[in-house]
Design a protein around this ligand. Structure first.
Ligand SMILES: [Zn+2]
Length: 430
């Protein structure tokens, strides 16, 4: 399947405008959450706003959805149909709050799968591939959709749930998997485990790794480390439980395309909440997404909290959809401004991962009104930790013109992450 073609689940050549109008009509008819929200915002429920009026609709936030779910347990009121029409329940990881439950109908689940097939197409995955999914297959939506989409392509799917890391590696090698799907952090951890266990993965049949769950595969030094550890090409993918699988990498190493016929991207200033205008062709700010194919539980103008630099220009890979330069640059609530400099988590990660000696790491952002301080803890197994810490601190100063304190710590000291890594700790000082 070519990435330019519409997905197999939407045989009509429906444009985003047509899909949006159809979505709004359904939602305004029978979705209690949006009916209440838009009514409160003074939007006449029989006015049928169309895509041209998108900017007049209020944003939707995760906090708002969580509050709605608390008030309308257990699933909340963002349901366009009666509950018996829904066939899947998943929930967010809940590491930053109470897990949010999300329901899908068979149709919206199939829409998810069609988006994942686009990611596979962009990555060059075919039915000839054997795809190993290193994922626990619990209530978190994670790679359930990757698994089923691969199956629907006709590829051989290998489930990696309920296994230790060594067992996962052995399963992957014994079955001659060609594609690995997992978070970038976990792919690096598997590579470390393989090295400790004397398992050869660079010489294995894995030719491609696909990563999601957190930024990483679009960060140059992380990408370089992934590709060298696995001896395979890596491709980034972005998605969210509430939104769907909305983006994928391409042949340009740091471009992440938005699947524009299924998602409407906007970029706003997180503080003013106003749209950001382009500067030299780039819109920098928080990504806002509307999904068009999840009619049963949609997000309309959803504030993702992801910081991006969106480019509306042709990409050398040939795709004509907008792309994000450097993928997702970090979370809006993890970015700090140190002496007027925006410090993106992805830039710090790029610098840390530039040092091969560093294993896991953690960034603590100590923020207070006048001064912010960055403290980075790095795990180093070899000797010379102090010297590496100094060199990292120097490279941060060179690139960002800010000072960071870097503390070497012993291997195994910092938390390990299978799904979304939480490496950024923000502390407010008095
Ligand atoms: Zn591209």
């Amino acid at each position: 399947m070519n990435a330019h073609q519409p997905s197999s689940s939407s045989p009509t050549a429906s444009t985003p405008a047509v899909k949006f109008d159809a979505l709004l009509a359904r939602v305004l008819d029978s979705n209690a959450f949006y009916r209440r929200k838009y009514d409160a915002a003074g939007i006449a429920l029989d006015s049928r706003p169309n895509l041209a009026n998108l900017a007049h609709l209020p944003y939707t936030t995760k906090e708002e959805l969580a509050k709605d779910q608390a008030e309308h347990p257990p699933f909340g009121s963002n349901l366009t149909h009666s509950v018996d029409r829904y066939s899947r329940m998943h929930q967010t990881s809940g590491t930053t709050g109470i897990p949010l439950r999300w329901l899908d109908t068979p149709e919206s689940w199939e829409w998810w799968l069609s988006c994942w097939r686009r990611i596979y197409a962009a990555a060059g995955v075919t039915r000839q591939d054997r795809i190993f999914v290193a994922f626990s297959f619990g209530p978190f939506i994670g790679f359930w959709t990757a698994f089923e989409a691969g199956q629907s392509l006709g590829a051989m799917m290998l489930a990696g749930g309920g296994l230790t890391s060594v067992q996962r590696l052995e399963t992957l090698l014994a079955n001659a998997a060609t594609v690995l799907v997992c978070t970038p952090t976990y792919a690096l951890r598997l590579a470390q485990v393989a090295s400790n266990a004397g398992l050869d993965i660079t010489g294995s049949s894995v030719r491609l790794t696909i990563h999601a769950g957190e930024p990483g595969a679009s960060i140059p030094s992380v990408r370089a480390r992934l590709e060298s550890a696995w001896g395979a090409r890596c491709i980034d993918h972005a998605g969210a439980t509430e939104v769907g699988a909305w983006g994928h990498g391409c042949s340009e190493p740091n471009h992440l395309h938005v699947i524009e016929d299924e998602f409407i991207p906007e970029v706003i200033d997180s503080n003013t909440q106003l749209p950001v205008s382009a500067s030299e062709g780039v819109q920098a700010g928080e990504l806002v997404l509307t999904n068009l194919g999840r009619v049963g539980s949609p997000v309309i103008r959803y504030r993702t909290g992801d910081l991006v630099e969106l480019v509306r220009a042709p990409c050398p890979c040939g795709l004509d959809t907008v792309f994000l330069k450097g993928g997702v640059l970090g979370r809006a609530d993890n970015m700090i401004i140190v002496r007027g400099v925006n410090v993106y988590p992805s830039v710090l990660e790029d610098l840390v991962r530039g040092f091969d000696e560093v294993g896991e790491f953690e960034v603590e952002l100590q923020a207070q009104r006048e001064m912010s301080e960055i403290v980075i803890r790095i795990e180093i197994g070899s000797t010379g930790g102090e010297s590496i810490a100094q060199r990292l601190s120097d490279s941060i100063h060179q690139r960002l013109n800010v000072r960071a304190r870097v503390d070497p710590v012993a291997p195994g000291t910092l938390p390990r992450h299978e799904m979304k890594a939480r490496r950024y700790v923000i502390r407010s000082r008095g």
